[in-house]
Design a binder for this molecule. Structure first.
Ligand code: ADP
Length: 161
């Protein structure tokens, strides 16, 4: 059985991420979304909230599970028995960073194969950070995230205003 991990901050999960998850779930028998639980950046949502939103968005996919993880991504891959790591590539945003990380991960865990999916055209410019910025200014985000995420963003805005 081929297990793939799809690691990230998912702060919050967007339709761009989900498009990748759907494609990965067709290709691999088991996909584990890894929600990074100790990031060094400022996050809007707690780990529990990010995991919960990702779970709600993937309930219909029977071979997809969501787990929090800390420490090295390759450690998480070993823990869940993954042979593959999935990442999404947007046109301008991701390549250089992914390349560096891929080289390092190859050193740390040579057996782990990286599979990058090209982001769908309609989500090329969608990032969680831009989404949060737009949502914070009360812009329309309903086409970009699943309904529970849109709701959670609205709630966060109300709490902070
Ligand atoms: P990270 O903190 O690792 O950047 P993200 O949650 O931002 O985590 O993204 C997780 C993965 O999903 C990364 O591989 C990223 O390139 C990819 N990704 C982010 N947004 C999109 C999108 N709109 N379409 C496709 N892939 C995306």
């Amino acid at each position: 059985m081929t297990t793939a991990i799809y690691p990230g901050s998912f702060d919050p999960i967007t339709n761009g991420h989900l498009e990748i998850v759907h494609r990965a779930a067709k290709l691999f028998e088991r996909v584990v979304i890894g929600v990074y639980s100790k990031p060094d950046k400022n996050l809007l949502f707690t780990t529990e909230e990010r995991v919960d939103m990702a779970r709600k968005a993937t309930t219909k996919l029977s071979n997809v599970e969501v787990r929090p993880f800390g420490g090295l991504t390759v450690g998480f891959a070993r823990e869940v028995g993954a042979q593959v790591m999935v990442r999404g590539l947007r046109m301008t945003l991701d390549f250089e960073r992914e390349f560096d990380m891929a080289m390092m991960n190859k050193k740390l865990y040579p057996e782990l194969e990286l599979v990058c999916f090209m982001a769908a055209q309609e989500y090329q410019f969608l990032s969680s950070s831009l989404l949060k910025e737009v949502a914070g200014l009360e812009g329309a985000i309903d086409d970009l995230v699943p309904p529970p995420v849109a709701e959670a963003l609205r709630k966060k805005n109300q709490e902070s205003s």
